[in-house]
Design a protein around this ligand. Structure first.
Ligand code: IMP
Length: 430
């Protein structure tokens, strides 16, 4: 059995968590390879809702081992909270069942403070980060002055390194941003206590994964965020600071070039984004409320991590085609198909126009989409409630036609459609 990959094909929040949960029932290992607690993965199981930020969503199943790879940035405080939350809900993760790479980087309170100070200083040009310290933690990693999980294994030197890191960052916080300094000794002590609890989980996860592949065990690699937030391939600079695409899996887990099975791209039946940046098919006012919901339902479009209302719009297959290419997608999973029920017609963006020219591909990637206006196709809507449907044959003809059009425009088959938040509310297509 090879390595299967699931990534977001849009700007994150595609519903990867619940799809990962679905596929993890058969997996031996579930592994996160990028990002940190900027992610929010929601899984609903038998009326119970789990909101996970760091630990792979597939861990809710009793079988798989959970891996947090070297490509991640980990806030130990969030991690401990998440472990407690899971234990309170009947999912107790012993070391061994959850393994954290010694090479994953730490997020500290100084990173969070810096993230927030930097955002403030950007004024109109704000990225709209989650404020979780992601950018500064990856900056420290690239600058070769970050703290890694392995540092937690030696309490004395860890406390010293942490205090030095806080003192260094205080200089930047105070001198560059006029922000409040942090108490280095207090942070060092708080993190020393965390380190004691987390140390048993730290190991060489890359070695474990290589061995697992050799033994023919199945690995499901779980991406956070989405393709258009990738540090290289996204709508730069309105991106996160890690690779979110399939190529990040090998480096973010420490695997060599390995046989790869399915590369699944998760996408909503429409488009959403949190934070700033281009969004050609964005809609506003009543149309936006129709797609976003009012916040009355847990599945309405409000951020899992920040609670911010998400920007919403019609499905953009120029960007989806791009995501299919940069990830090498073998299939698409379409979530929230039920949300489109009741519309007289459903819009889909099939190309962009700039002046008299029509574009099906992006000449210079997605960073600057300002020259383009979307070219829409209006497809007939469907009125039936889809939430109770469980087979492709039950889907209204208009819904099937919409899915077929997505396949035609992207060149990627749709394997699964979700019609509600529960584990059972999915329809297998191919
Ligand atoms: P950061 O990752 O907190 O630095 O935020 C950078 C950009 O990525 C912002 O626009 C965030 O809203 C967005 N972002 C980060 N994580 C997620 C996610 O899990 N879902 C959706 N957007 C995200």
């Amino acid at each position: 059995m090879a390595l299967d990959i699931i990534v977001g094909a849009q700007w994150g929040d595609e519903g990867k968590g619940r799809i990962v949960d679905l596929l993890s029932a058969q997996a031996d290992v579930v592994a996160r390879f990028n990002g940190g607690d900027n992610a929010g993965h929601t899984v609903n199981v038998a009326g119970q809702t789990f909101k996970l930020h760091l630990i792979p969503s597939g861990i809710i199943h009793p079988r798989p081992v959970g891996i947090m790879g070297n490509g991640m940035v980990i806030n130990p405080l969030t991690l401990l909270k998440e472990l407690d939350m899971l234990a309170e809900n009947g999912v107790t993760l012993s070391p061994g069942r959850l393994q954290i790479s010694y090479a994953a980087h730490l997020i500290t309170p100084a990173h969070r403070a810096l993230d927030q100070a930097q955002e403030k200083s950007r004024g109109q040009g704000q990225i709209g980060t989650t404020g979780r310290g992601i950018g500064p933690a990856y900056t420290d990693k690239a600058s070769r002055r970050g703290l890694r999980m392995a540092d937690m294994l030696d309490p004395k030197s860890f406390a010293e390194k942490m205090a030095a890191h806080i003192n260094d960052t205080n200089l930047i916080l105070q001198k560059l941003y006029g922000a409040e300094p942090l108490d280095a000794n207090q942070v060092a002590e708080e993190y020393r206590v965390c380190a004691e609890k987390i140390a048993p989980y730290i190991s060489d996860t890359a070695q474990f994964l290589a061995q697992a592949l050799k033994q023919g065990r199945s690995i499901l690699a779980e991406g956070a965020q989405g393709t258009l937030l990738d540090i290289d391939h996204g709508t730069y600079p309105y991106v996160t600071s890690s690779p979110t695409t399939a190529a990040g899996v090998l480096s973010g887990l420490g695997l060599g070039i390995s046989p790869i099975g399915r590369v699944i791209g998760a996408t909503k039946s429409f488009q959403t984004r949190v934070g700033s940046g281009p969004f050609p098919t964005e809609v506003f006012d009543e149309d936006a409320v129709r797609l976003r919901g009012t916040g009355a339902n847990p599945w309405d479009e409000f951020g899992t991590t920040t609670g911010r209302p998400r920007r919403v719009g019609w499905l953009d297959t120029v960007l989806l085609r791009y995501a299919a290419r940069v990830n090498g997608l073998t299939e698409l999973v379409i979530t929230k198909m039920d949300v489109l029920s009741g519309l007289p017609s459903v819009r889909i963006c099939s190309a962009y126009r700039a002046g008299s020219e029509t574009f099906h591909e992006l000449p210079l990637g997605p960073a600057d989409l300002s020259p383009y206006t979307p070219v829409y196709e209006d497809l007939p809507g469907w009125q039936a409630d889809l939430t109770g449907l469980r087979s492709a044959a039950q889907l209204p003809a208009e819904a099937r036609a919409y899915l077929r059009r997505i396949e035609e425009l992207t060149g990627v088959p749709v394997s699964l459609v979700s019609v509600g938040p529960e584990r059972s509310q999915v329809i297998q297509l191919n």
